[in-house]
Design a protein. Sequence first.
Length: 329
Amino acid sequence: MSATSEGANILACSLETTRYYEPMRQPWRRSLAEGSLLLTAGMAFHFARSTGANARAADYANLIVMLHAARLSSSDLEVGGDLVGELPGTTRYVTRDDLLALPQVDYIVTDDSNFKGPTEVSGVPLEELTLYLHARPETDLVVALCNDQYRAHYPRAYLAEHHPLLVLKVNGQGPPAWSKHADGEERGPYMISHPNFTPSFKVMSDTEEPQIPWGVVRLEFRNEKAVFGVIAPQAAHSAARFVLAGYGIARQNCFRCHNMGLEGGRKSGVAWEVLSALATTSPEYFGAYVRNPRAKDPRAKMPGNPSYDDTTLSALTAYFQTFSSRDKP
């Protein structure tokens, strides 16, 4: 490949990554009037909770669910992040019964790897939960936290494109009847699925993948720039298109299981700084491990990325190297 064609490829990948992950400046699927009504309902609910308000406020409060200060059952869903009327860092709980009382969506899913064949699922779209669960209007990212420290991130663009669903029932049954994961773990108390999934972007040889976690125990409503800002490329070459392409790959893949401080998943137990050090001191090993972890360590649980070509691995390596670069300010 010539330098000109390679540069064009990297530019296209960078632009596509930016298009998908930058917050979309367009309204939610709900009409402005309906959205305003629900926001008013949320404000009325918090007023009613603190002052014992009138019947009209109570009627508005019926549009959204009650969040509890303490857990009432092991099946309660934790809710956190930026919530209307709550201090930052506050955790609240919503019962499964309250979630089941919300308007439900059901469909047959055929392309979810958590199921062996066509499966009926029902639940509440994450887009709707941002309204029902008191998320502040300015939040534009939903984070699903799982009992194994895995995290799935749903920017507003992903919600609008794929319409992920918080699954409450599978084939009409609750979690006790759900099939277990291959390693024997329960898939409940909650899962996330999609009506169907068609990739909406590709960065080099990395194609967008569905975010379909199981064992979901908590939802957080956050600010996309604040969460992803902690893994923005560092050092003098942070704006290089090659590095930005690697950043796009890391955001949608690595960040699920690897953390940078308080953000990102902790399932792997390997922090962002460790990945950076490995990419800097042993770039060939780093790339080979990303492509086929078990070839380097038979005990590795990380899934491989056999479709990643050398250019893709080089971009990912270059991105992680920015965190260990000597020319950092």
